[in-house]
Design a protein around this ligand. Structure first.
Ligand SMILES: *Cc1c(COP(=O)(O)O)cnc(C)c1O
Length: 503
């Protein structure tokens, strides 16, 4: 190997001096990107909602290595159009009725732009005082919109923090509850700690328990059934807890849900809190989806009893017009979070933190670094006001009610569980001469028929052994005519599937 030939390096290097953040180039490219995004939103209905590509589709379309020389934004955007968009399932499509939709808004996008542009890594107060202080203010604002008691607010005795997802909200509260008990009973007691949920609780609860070191056999999933609309029964909870205590186990934590993922069932908080407090358990309420509705007075009763619980989480990325990811967690006793999660390395030490006069949010979460996410919520709350946010929720519920009415008007279908929010759970009725197995097959065929059309995307679930279809209204762009068109398509699907049966 000879010495490096500089002339050849020069000729193959970028001509200009490399400036990754040139403000003028940023302005020009970002304007172009905003146009690209606005056009995407405008055309979104022209794409199949559910992506139709096969696994590994992208490997054959893109080069195997990164380019040595720079490529232009235009070239890259062309590839986005040709290769990325076809591989997208369009969550923002007005014809997206699957899972729970992910809501977005112009205001949240603008807040997100600002959040990203500052790139503040606000782990403690000093690292960006505004990031911490705005989060405190916005969490209190949202708490008062939800009529949470002062015991959850910074202006009272508690406080709130923005986590990434519900999984983390559950994990950090579980760890706080665990450490409180282990401080009293000794670390060996970890094997005896038991946590409770229902068979409708989000699967992330089991994952959080595992991460928190709870023995898998001590994660008790209490069965629910159609008679109680799949809500967690306080009577059953008490029975299971009593039996555990009798064998020397230690009840630690119960997770209730307001708006379960399968059917939006609502667990009765008040009587569950009776059991929790009697046995000294931490009670958490997971209201990831349903909680947002409680900013409307007519839905607030779903949170009755909230003053009796230890923590509540709700994800504005699900129904309150915020982009992923944004999960709001309120706790009554923040010092338990801090005790369990605080770190104190020399390189983060500063007077403000040591004087205990500030909140250091790194001690309320899993990671250290954190984004300035409260900007999004602040933009949303200010740009729309509580009035518009309430009418946004009501409009989704109204459209879901309308869909429910359409389903009821067709005798081939039935509503399987009551509609609480903006999710309708329904299915093709069992045919008188066919078994329950056939009913499931027919409904599976119907779902496949609808989704493969590319015009609508819905998902399914199974509760109490019943296979049902979920129609979740809530994508930000959805309007009444999209719901009507979706129903028309579902009816056509039913015609096709049932015709197959008769022949
Ligand atoms: C969607 C959902 C979750 C998961 O929420 P993320 O915040 O998106 O992680 C948890 N619990 C319930 C009830 C949900 O509906």
């Amino acid at each position: 190997m000879g010495s490096l030939d500089l002339s050849s390096v020069d000729s193959s290097s970028p001509q200009r001096e490399f400036k990754p953040l040139d403000p003028e180039e940023f302005r020009q490219h970002a304007h172009k990107m905003v146009d690209f995004i606005a056009d995407y939103y405008k055309q979104i209905e022209t794409f199949p909602v559910l992506s139709q590509v096969q696994p590994d589709y992208l490997r054959n379309r893109l080069p195997g290595a990164a380019p040595y020389l720079p490529e232009s934004l235009d070239t890259i955007l062309t590839d986005v159009t040709n290769h990325i968009i076809p591989g997208m399932t369009h969550w923002l499509s007005p014809n997206f009725f699957a899972f729970f939709p992910a809501t977005v808004s112009t205001a949240a996008f603008l807040g997100e732009m600002l959040c990203t542009s500052f790139n503040a890594v606000g782990f403690n107060w000093l690292a960006s005082p505004a990031a911490t202080e705005l989060e405190i203010i916005v969490m209190d604002w949202l708490a008062s919109m939800l009529k949470l008691p002062k015991s959850f607010m910074f202006s009272g005795t508690g406080g709130g923090v923005i986590q990434n997802t519900t999984s983390e909200a559950i994990l950090v509260t579980l760890v706080a509850a665990r450490d409180r008990v282990l401080r009293a009973k000794g670390t060996d007691a970890i094997q005896k700690l038991v946590v409770y949920c229902s068979d409708q609780t989000h699967s992330t609860f089991t994952k959080a328990a595992k991460l928190a070191g709870i023995s898998p056999r001590n994660v008790k999933s209490i069965p629910t059934d159609l008679d109680t609309d799949f809500a967690l029964s306080p009577v059953l909870l008490r029975t299971v807890v009593e039996a555990d205590v009798a064998t020397g186990l230690v009840p630690l934590y119960v997770c209730a849900t307001v708006g379960t993922t399968s059917t939006t069932a609502v667990d009765p908080l008040e009587p569950l809190a009776d059991v929790a407090s009697e046995y000294g358990m931490w009670m958490h309420v997971d209201a990831a989806y349903g909680g947002s509705a409680c900013i409307c007075p007519e839905f607030r009763h779903y949170l009755d009893g909230i003053d009796r619980v230890d923590s509540l989480s709700l994800s504005p990325h699900k129904w309150l017009l915020c982009y992923l990811d944004c999960c709001c967690l309120w706790v009554k006793n923040p010092s338990l979070l801090v005790k369990a999660l605080s770190t104190d390395p020399e390189y983060l030490r500063n007077k403000a933190s040591e004087s205990d006069s500030v909140v250091d949010f790194k001690d309320w979460q899993v990671g250290t670094g954190r984004k300035f996410k409260s900007l999004r919520l602040w933009f949303v709350l200010r740009s729309y006001g509580v009035a518009n946010l309430q009418s946004h929720i009501r409009s989704d519920v109204r459209m879901a009610k309308m869909f429910e009415g359409l389903v009821k008007s067709d005798s081939r279908f039935e509503i399987v569980v009551p509609r609480w929010f903006s999710l309708v759970c329904f299915r093709l009725k069992p045919l008188s001469w066919s078994g329950s197995g056939n009913t499931e097959v027919l409904n599976r065929e119907l779902l496949e028929w609808v989704n493969s059309s590319g015009s609508v995307y819905m998902t399914h679930t199974i509760v109490g052994g019943v296979y049902l279809l979920r129609f979740a209204v809530g994508a930000t762009l959805t309007e009444e005519h999209h719901v009507v068109a979706a129903w028309k398509l579902i009816k056509e699907g039913a015609d096709a599937v049932l015709k197959g049966v008769r022949n």
